[in-house]
Ligand binder design. Structure first.
Ligand SMILES: Cc1cc2nc3c(=O)[nH]c(=O)nc-3n(C[C@H](O)[C@H](O)[C@H](O)COP(=O)(O)O)c2cc1C
Length: 162
């Protein structure tokens, strides 16, 4: 059995927490907030999921700092997921690219990534009632579920190769 831990931070509207819960259910994973997780805990798991909302073009600082403070790992499988007000673009908001670089530098092998819109009322947006109201919605959850099933399949295929 693959042991999976999902480490997340979701503080704006608990958008990412909804996605984290769906993925955790499919993967039968343990789910922990990053501020309640000790670096040593990841040793007990084969697969780690990292997720947060996107803040100022990046995954949440708490999650980034957590990864930066980890000791080096050896090819440990991980996946990343986020919710955001706007989709990632090649010109700005390079959140996936930035976070992947940090994880790879630590020695993680990234086997999947997921993003969907999240309700966003930051700053001036609150005066217009926010954007992405109701997101993540049922359809987003369904996509998150599919993402998790694909991860599961991929791990089984990878194991057969060994
Ligand atoms: C302080 C702050 C900064 C944000 N910066 C961005 C950003 O740079 N790009 C973006 O697409 N969304 C941005 N958002 C929107 C959040 O990424 C979005 O609402 C996300 O779903 C929040 O996730 P959470 O509820 O799990 O914390 C920002 C929200 C806040 C509160």
């Amino acid at each position: 059995m693959i042991k999976t831990l999902i480490i997340y931070f979701s503080i704006h509207h608990q958008n990412t927490e909804k996605i984290a819960k769906v993925i955790a259910e499919v993967l039968n994973a343990d789910l922990k907030r990053v501020d309640q997780t000790k670096p040593k805990e990841i040793d007990n798991y084969d697969l780690i999921g990292f997720g947060s909302g996107i803040y100022f073009g990046n995954y949440h600082r708490a999650l980034i700092d957590f990864v930066k403070n980890l000791p080096e790992v050896k090819n440990k499988n991980c996946f990343i997921f986020s919710t955001s007000g706007r989709p990632e673009s090649i010109f700005f908001n390079l959140f996936t690219k930035n976070f992947k670089k940090i994880l790879e530098k630590k020695g993680f092998k990234i086997i999947g990534q997921f993003n969907c819109p999240g309700f966003d009322t930051y700053g001036l947006l609150k005066f217009i009632g926010g954007i992405n109201k109701g997101r993540p919605n049922e359809k987003d959850m369904e996509l998150a579920k599919k993402f998790a099933y694909n991860l599961k399949e991929q791990i089984i295929i990878d194991k057969r190769k060994i």
